[in-house]
Structure formats: C-alpha cells, structure tokens
Design a protein around this ligand. Structure first.
Ligand code: AP5
Length: 211
C-alpha cells in the first residue's frame, strides 16, 4: 500500500506515521526528517537548505523532487509519504515519477487540525535527537523528562518550532500546500480525519478506513 499523509504542520503526521509504519509494514519517508538529517550532517544539501528550514519557507521543488525520486525508487514495499508533496508542482512531479516507476498512490490520509491547536502542539513538541520519536511536554510526555522512552536519546526542541516561525509555516501551508487536495480530488481516494482527537483514537479511525 502507498499512502500520503497530509495535513498542516503539527497535525500529527509524524506521530501517526510511526504507528502505521509498524502496523502496516510500510516505509515512512519524511522529507522534513531527510532535510534535517542533511543539515545535522553538514552535507552540501544540508548547507543549502539550513536557513530555509529555520525560516519556515519551503525548499525548492527541484531539490525535493530529486531527493524523493531516489527514496521512492529504492522502496520495494509500500511507502508512507510525510511532508511530501507540498506544492502542486511537487504533486505533478510525483505523479510523473510514479508513472515511470509503474507505481500509484492508494490513498491520501488527511489530518484536520485548527490553527490554535497547531500552535499549542508545536510549541510543546520535543523530538528525540537520536531516533526522532516525537513527544509533547503536556499530552505525550516521556517517562523521564528530557529523555526518549524508546532509545534513551536526548529530547530537543526543533529550530522551526518557535512562535513566529510556526505562524509562517501555517501561512505557507494554507497558500501552497492545501491546493494539492484539489489536484488529487476525484483521482485518488481522500480520507479525512479529525486530527484533534487523542492520538490513539486518530490511529484507530485511520486503521478502520484502511482495512
Ligand atoms: P516537516 O518536518 O515536514 O514539518 P511539518 O509538515 O511542518 O510537520 P511537523 O513535523 O511539524 O508536524 P507533524 O504533522 O509531523 O506533527 P507531529 O506528529 O510531530 O517540514 C519542516 C520543514 O522542512 C518545512 O517547513 C520546509 O522548510 C521543509 N520541507 C519539508 N518537506 C518539504 C517539501 N516537500 N517541500 C519543501 N520544503 C519541505 O505532532 C506535533 C506535536 O503534536 C507533537 O508534540 C505530538 O506529540 C503532538 N500530537 C500529535 N498528535 C496529537 C494528538 N492527536 N493530540 C494531541 N497532541 C498530538
């Protein structure tokens, strides 16, 4: 099965992707994680995108499409795309790549979350610097403060989770990413979920639909 997880920043895409990956046996491909890894390793790509990520703007379609072409081509089993496509240009580029590879998108899983909830979530998010597991200081707390339950790594706040940058990312999402839904409507099944429900409830709702 090939799925796209879709929704605003902080809607829970990464959180749900981890659960679906384990249960459905899919490969979770997050463009945000790939870009942050490149920044952390100080690669050419990382140096080119570092300031763009910190500002909440989008990396160019050319860079993202080149990155994702390789990732999708080397994924034999099903995939779960998180944070991609993010513009109509990227969606069209993905469609062309999938045609070449003889693959297709089985469904879009859309998580709907309002602006206030996003701001609350992202300002409290903490991410494991080692395995990337996501926590929240109030609703999804680690057993030991500042330490990852899964691997014992240190929890950190993302550079782009500062209030001014969160607002910018939401504006970019509304202007450039939301129109993708119209691009896929009528061509790919679109399943929408209330992403403001508790994490387990959202997972159960998605699994019911995907069965
Ligand atoms: P990216 O890493 O993709 O960030 P994003 O889309 O902004 O999404 P987030 O990772 O912030 O949130 P999420 O939906 O995964 O939520 P999470 O599960 O963590 O992109 C970052 C940047 O990279 C972009 O701004 C851009 O610069 C660049 N980039 C990436 N892809 C690109 C592309 N394709 N093109 C161009 N540029 C690109 O949850 C958030 C918090 O909420 C957590 O603390 C979690 O514990 C909590 N939470 C989750 N679910 C619930 C729930 N149901 N109830 C209560 N709390 C919850």
């Amino acid at each position: 099965m090939n799925l796209i997880l879709f929704g605003p920043p902080g809607s829970g895409k990464g959180t749900q992707a981890e659960r679906l990956r384990e249960k459905q046996g899919l490969r979770h491909i997050s463009t945000g994680d790939l870009l942050r890894e490149a920044v952390a390793r100080g690669t050419d790509l990382g140096n080119r995108v570092k300031s763009i990520l910190a500002s909440g703007q989008l990396v160019s379609d050319d860079i993202i499409l080149a990155l994702m072409r390789e990732e999708i081509a080397r994924t034999a089993k099903g995939w779960l795309l998180d944070g991609f496509p993010r513009t109509v240009g990227q969606a069209k580029g993905l469609d062309a790549q999938l045609d070449e590879l003889g693959q297709k998108i089985d469904a879009l899983v859309v998580l709907n979350v309002g602006r206030d909830a996003v701001i609350e979530r992202l300002s409290g998010r903490r991410t494991c610097s080692n395995c990337k597991t996501v926590f929240h200081v109030k609703v999804n707390r680690p057993k030991v403060e500042g330490i990852c339950d899964r691997c014992g790594g240190t929890l950190v706040q993302r550079e782009d989770d500062k209030p001014g940058t969160i607002a910018k990312r939401l504006d970019v999402y509304e202007a450039q990413t939301q129109p993708i839904l119209d691009h896929y409507r009528g061509r790919v099944p679109i399943h929408e979920f209330d992403g403001e429900q508790p994490v387990d409830e959202v997972t159960r709702s998605i699994e019911r639909v995907l069965q």
